[in-house]
Unconditional design. Structure first.
Length: 232
């Protein structure tokens, strides 16, 4: 009888331990069951002047759609340099100027203009007509709608479940469409440690920045819009 009681007691203890282990395993967080929130962002190009000058024309405003090769702004020496380039071009055609002179005249003209390098949208207008812009100073910021992503933050205990090119589904506020995406960047260092937390365990949690590139971005996506990411 004592043997049976001891055996039953040992069996109960083993079952109890197995239950605790199972409960611990079931409590493991799986990022595939979670939704991460962030905001839409896009690649930005700061366009400005190579040599200092006074801004004389600015043909765009924030929100305008621009095309590759479009003249967005020009500076005070643009018109004169444009005439000089045309004059040297005629001389070059007639043998009165060499190729280097023609190229120098072209560069001088281009230094006085701001040309859009892509099809995009004006995000920021950082200068006004009449302002003197220093060399390298920006005039407008143009965003690339075809190169958008969502930036999210993932706690360190989930980082081992992430990998580059991992696929995800993206949804944005105000739209029922679901976009396809993939992990394009994983930070190798913690970006910040949250301070406004409630427990000691949460206060020491490190979070890492992760970028989810949108594979099928369209005109309905806008930088700054709230977005949710769910990994496939």
């Amino acid at each position: 009888m004592r043997f049976l009681i001891r055996r039953n007691l040992a069996t109960s203890m083993i079952l109890g331990l197995l239950t605790l282990v199972a409960a611990g395993c079931s409590g493991k967080k799986d990022f595939k069951d979670m939704t991460f929130s962030g905001t839409m962002e896009m690649t930005e190009h700061v366009l400005g002047i190579k040599a200092a000058g006074r801004l004389t024309t600015l043909s765009v405003k924030e929100g305008d759609v621009v095309t590759k090769g479009q003249l967005l702004a020009s500076f005070d020496r643009f018109e004169q340099n444009k005439k000089d380039y045309a004059r040297v071009g005629v001389l070059y055609q007639n043998g009165g100027a060499d190729k280097q002179s023609l190229e120098n005249a072209q560069l001088a003209m281009e230094d006085q203009e701001v040309i859009s390098p892509l099809n995009g949208v004006v995000l920021v207008k950082s200068a006004e007509v009449g302002e003197v812009i220093p060399a390298g100073g920006g005039v407008v910021v143009v965003g690339d709608p075809s190169d958008q992503w969502v930036k999210i933050f993932v706690s360190e205990d989930l980082m081992h479940q992430l990998r580059i090119d991992q696929t995800a589904t993206i949804s944005v506020d105000g739209s029922d469409k679901r976009y396809k995406g993939h992990v394009s960047f994983i930070a190798d260092k913690a970006e910040f440690t949250p301070r406004n937390v409630q427990t000691p365990d949460e206060r020491v949690t490190q979070t890492f920045a992760v970028k989810i590139a949108v594979d099928d971005a369209d005109a309905n996506l806008h930088a700054g819009v709230a977005a949710d990411v769910k990994f496939d």
